[in-house]
Design a protein around this ligand. Structure first.
Ligand SMILES: Cc1cc2nc3c(=O)[nH]c(=O)nc-3n(C[C@H](O)[C@H](O)[C@H](O)COP(=O)(O)OP(=O)(O)OC[C@H]3O[C@@H](n4cnc5c(N)ncnc54)[C@H](O)[C@@H]3O)c2cc1C
Length: 580
């Protein structure tokens, strides 16, 4: 069962107050029984279908397209209806189960995951989250069957990370319909979709951007050719253009003027799908790399016996377990009804997308020359995984978001804290009353008395990693406070520091997910619990070193020199040195 929301506060944001909201983290969320049964059946079907198709999938990658009969087979397996409610013909999987299905498809081929994932995670997610009953009745049955495939149309040539800068316009006509003009780029499923969620500038009194449902067969809708991409080549990516498209009033999605919120909500809730896909890819890489390491002999023995190869294998296991624990935790929070999960979702996306790239790099290295050959799968996974830190919010933008969201909470609490401390002196009884709950702990924290301890009963073997995370939650909060006190609002422009804080928050949240999962595996006497504990301990030690480095760099760093070097290099536009 997913957790019932004991508190709706965000675990990740509270870390910036030195708080560990353990009631939302322990025990580790379990998948619903109903989903467990369905998952088994779906994953078996996925394996049976895609397992035989390795050669075809390689060909689709080379040719840069999934043929129509292949997409038809995905429809027939129900893979476009994974998260659509049963009443509309879907499977109504939870977020956790959905992330696991995308993991299974990714273990065969990332482009397949993307075709299904872009449809569910972003293409029609807005309809699920914001659609009216009438809109759902009209579209969901056809989206569940895959008769309509969905795409999410936000990005434009001048509006990538700065998505609020879109120029596509929708002008309201006298009859209430809208006329849509503009061009979207890099749209996943652009070439095969019948249903577009489109964001356009409306500049009404209600707000600047509005979301629309646009049928692909409306006059004036056109799409460009498939982009020739580095990775996920078989997945369809095209431009989608709208020229004088009349969109009926009943196709406005969500409130007029609130399209930016619609877009961000879709992206936030979609990130576990991407993370699930990354985890599936890593599981496959571990399978490939262990077989390669055990099978390949050099210097008279399997390369698996060499320390440098073994260290890579161990690190892949740590990365995969950490990413998986985080993605499933975030999915569990969403399934449990938490509404404030955007920072956790961003952390899971950043961590999982970078973890799979590290794994792909090392798996290719373990395969040596074979790794570089197209005949083997490593180069494709390396190419395919590269996109994960670019789309659905670049990892840079997400790091800034993680840090600034945390600092916002810390800043608010700082004001609250000052008010509460003031009250203690003016009216001690009332003042201490104000200090209940988080604020009270915050005072203890800021004054250096004690740190927030995890009260959940952990096996003794996990006490040390828990202590590391407790200590660094406190350190993060102190560091955030210091920055806010020292720089005030100017901290919003200090990206070097924001990245450091974000990286500490990532290590802390991922570490807590790992800890919680390892504790659950121990409690359940899982046969691999010993390895899970080992991973939790090593992860915490690795994280401790990274966190210490990041926090130290808030005080002592080369930022100024780096800024000067960036300035001179950018101004020059070239590299000036050569052998004299
Ligand atoms: C294969 C593929 C599929 C895609 N699918 C879709 C889709 O289905 N729907 C859709 O709407 N979009 C889609 N996109 C678009 C994708 O979301 C954008 O490419 C992404 O948001 C980045 O925008 P950009 O490419 O314009 O890069 P830019 O925004 O120009 O960023 C370039 C670099 O600058 C950095 N940067 C930008 N702003 C800042 C800042 N303020 N601070 C620090 N660094 C910054 C970025 O992190 C990045 O490293 C897809 C893209 C690709 C490549």
């Amino acid at each position: 069962m997913a957790h019932p929301p004991r508190t709706d506060a965000s675990v990740a944001k509270q870390l910036f107050l030195g708080e560990i909201l353990e009631e939302n983290l322990f025990p580790y969320p379990r998948i619903r029984e109903r989903d467990r049964e369905m998952l088994g059946a779906i994953n078996d079907a996925v394996d049976a279908f895609l397992g035989d198709k390795a050669a075809d999938l390689r060909r689709y990658d080379r040719e840069g397209e999934q043929p129509a009969d292949f997409i038809q087979a995905l429809r027939e397996m129900g893979l476009f209806g994974l998260i659509i409610p049963e009443e509309f013909g879907g499977m109504e999987l939870s977020n956790g189960a959905y992330a696991r299905v995308l993991g299974q498809t990714s273990s065969h081929d990332s482009s397949v995951s993307l075709t299904i994932g872009a449809h569910s995670s972003i293409g029609m997610k807005g309809l699920l989250l914001f659609g009216s009953d009438e809109q759902k009745q009209r579209y969901l049955p056809r989206l569940a069957s895959g008769e309509l495939i969905a795409a999410f149309c936000l990005t434009e040539a001048g509006a990538g990370s700065d998505s609020a800068a879109i120029r596509t316009r929708a002008v309201r006509n006298d009859d209430g319909s809208w006329t849509l003009d503009g061009e979207k780029i890099y749209i996943t499923n652009g070439g095969i979709a019948g249903f577009y969620t489109v964001f356009a500038r409306t500049d009404t009194a209600e707000g600047k951007i509005t979301a629309f449902i646009v049928d692909a067969d409306l006059p004036g809708v056109s799409r460009g050719p498939h982009e020739d991409k580095m990775g996920i080549r078989a997945s369809s990516t095209t431009t989608v253009a709208f020229s004088g498209v009349r969109v009926p009033p009943e196709n406005v999605l969500g409130p007029v003027g609130k399209g930016f919120k619609v877009a961000m909500s879709i992206l936030n809730s979609g990130r576990t799908g991407l993370g699930g896909g990354a985890v599936g890819g890593m599981r496959n890489l571990i399978r490939l790399s262990t077989a390669q390491a055990n099978g390949r002999e050099q210097f008279g023995k399997p390369i698996a016996e060499f320390g440098l190869v073994r260290a890579k294998i161990a690190q892949m296991a740590i990365d995969c377990f950490a990413a998986e624990s985080t993605v499933w935790m975030v999915a569990g929070l969403i399934d449990g009804g938490h509404s404030d999960y955007s920072v956790e979702a961003a952390i899971s996306k950043v961590f999982a997308s970078e973890a799979i790239q590290r794994c792909a790099h090392e798996a290719l290295q373990i395969a040596g020359g074979n790794g570089f050959m197209r005949e083997f799968p490593y180069e494709q996974v390396t190419r395919d995984s590269r996109i994960l830190s670019i789309f659905e919010g670049t990892n840079e933008i997400l790091r800034l978001y993680i840090a600034l969201s945390g600092l916002k909470v810390a800043g608010a609490s700082l004001g609250e804290l000052q008010a509460a401390v003031g009250k203690i002196f003016n009216d001690p009884i009332k003042g201490f009353g104000v200090l209940g709950g988080y604020t009270g702990r915050r005072v203890r924290e800021a004054t250096g008395y004690g740190i927030d301890r995890i009260g959940f009963e952990l096996p003794g073997t996990l006490r040390r990693p828990a202590a590391t995370l407790e200590q660094y939650a406190s350190e993060l909060s102190r560091a955030g406070d210091r920055l806010l006190r020292r720089h005030g609002k100017a901290v919003t422009d200090m990206q070097y520091h924001q990245q450091r804080l974000a990286d500490v928050a990532i290590d802390l949240f991922v570490g807590l997910c790992v800890l919680s999962r390892a504790a659950s595996l121990v409690a359940g006497n899982h046969r691999e619990a010993e390895d899970a504990v080992r991973i939790a301990r090593v992860f915490a030690r690795q994280a401790r070193r990274r966190m210490a480095r990041n926090l130290r760099a808030l005080e002592r760093n080369d930022d100024l020199q780096m800024e000067k070097l960036a300035a001179s290099t950018l101004a020059r536009g070239s590299y000036p040195f050569d052998v004299a």
